[in-house]
Design a protein around this ligand. Structure first.
Ligand code: FE2
Length: 366
């Protein structure tokens, strides 16, 4: 890596905000199924007459669910067009004004000029720029703030609480973009945000009998933020990326990967709570020992929980993907545990895609 000064230093993912049709029920789902803890609320009671938001947290992951409470809002239009989906990928920075200046100077389309939000706990500066589709990157500066989330929110402390499931932080977030658009967005992350490309896959790496995709992984300077960008590639039938683009009506966040230190515990808990995962064929495990070699975990346990395993030069990783978490076949989650590996499970793609195709076939969208 070069010694160029990082013009956009990022401390991590600040929060991920979804626009959803029913924020109250979404919040309950993430509490109940995923073990997120209630954090903050805004709505009529806090003076917001147009929308309601719930923020939930598990370790370093903060998710926000927002819904309109009046007709004719931009949020309502967004939900009609895209269904439930990720609107804001908020990045935690030390200087939200500078982040806005540096990125817009390099060609980012402004979304929100730097804005100061204050309450009794101090002030937060927020700014924002557009990325692919209707997705927005917010820059959140909170060094002069000691409240629990953001000004405008109040503490949300309902009687109902659940046990966490061991989710720790956002490992990476994947964007699906349209035909021939991957390089445009790779260039955007490189030129406008100073990210570097760390990995690339083409349709020879990622293809099955029917579907293919291409992907490049962009990372910020310290590696805390990793954004793989996918585009569909020609296959015999419709790829899962194309299916996503059709139902989301454009580019958007495909999956959020959340890291755990104990994937066996996490997946076991999630399954007990009703989270649905992609079905991994039994035969997948026949070739695991020769492909992956020695691992700490009991292969029988991994097989029972249908957890996937892949190895690279630096170590191995364990991962599993949920089914889409709304009615449209769009956004889903990945649960990942890294044991040295810094890659993204390329060795699993084929098995995984075959599993996804089975789902697509059931939906009649293959
Ligand atoms: Fe992933």
């Amino acid at each position: 890596m070069s010694n160029d000064k990082d013009f956009l230093p990022i401390n991590g993912t600040d929060f991920v905000e979804f626009y959803v049709g029913n924020a109250k029920q979404a919040a309950y789902y993430y509490q109940t199924a995923y073990g997120f803890q209630p954090l903050a609320y805004s709505g009529l009671e806090t003076g917001d007459k147009k929308k309601t938001s719930y923020a939930l947290r598990q370790d370093k992951i903060t998710l926000v669910f927002t819904t309109p409470i009046k007709q004719g809002t931009d949020i309502g239009r967004h939900i009609d067009l895209h269904g439930d989906g990720v609107k804001f990928v908020a990045l935690w920075v030390d200087d939200a004004r500078l982040s806005f200046e540096e990125t817009t100077r390099r060609g980012a389309k402004p979304y929100l000029e730097p804005q100061v939000k204050k309450d009794d706990h101090g002030e937060v500066v927020v700014s924002g720029i557009h990325t692919y589709g209707e997705t927005i990157h917010l820059f959140v500066e909170r060094k002069n703030y000691n409240g629990f989330f953001l000004p405008g929110f109040r503490e949300w402390n309902p009687a109902y609480k659940t046990q966490e499931v061991g989710l720790k932080y956002v490992d990476h977030m994947v964007g699906n973009v349209g035909w021939g658009e991957m390089n445009k967005w790779v260039d955007f992350y490189a030129d406008v945000m100073g990210f570097k490309q760390i990995i690339s896959f083409d349709d020879k790496d990622i293809s099955t009998e029917y579907t293919a995709l291409m992907s490049k992984v962009m990372s910020n300077g310290n590696g805390y933020i990793k954004f793989p960008i996918n585009e569909p590639a020609k296959g015999k039938k419709k790829s899962q990326i194309e299916e996503y683009i059709d139902f989301y009506n454009g580019a958007g966040v495909q999956h959020v990967a959340m890291a755990t230190d104990n994937i066996i515990y996490t997946i076991n808990e999630l399954r007990k709570r009703g989270v649905e995962f992609l079905h991994v064929p039994e035969s997948y495990y026949d070739t695991v020992p020769e492909r992956v070699g020695e691992i700490d975990e009991d292969l029988g346990v991994l097989k029972d929980l249908h957890i996937l395993i892949d190895r690279d030069d630096e170590g191995y990783l364990l991962q599993l993907f949920t089914k889409p978490v709304q009615d449209r076949p769009t956004v889903f989650y990945e649960i990942i545990q890294r044991k040295g590996a810094r890659s993204f499970g390329k060795g699993n793609f084929k098995a995984l895609f075959e599993a996804i195709e089975l789902e697509q076939e059931n939906r009649g969208t293959l």
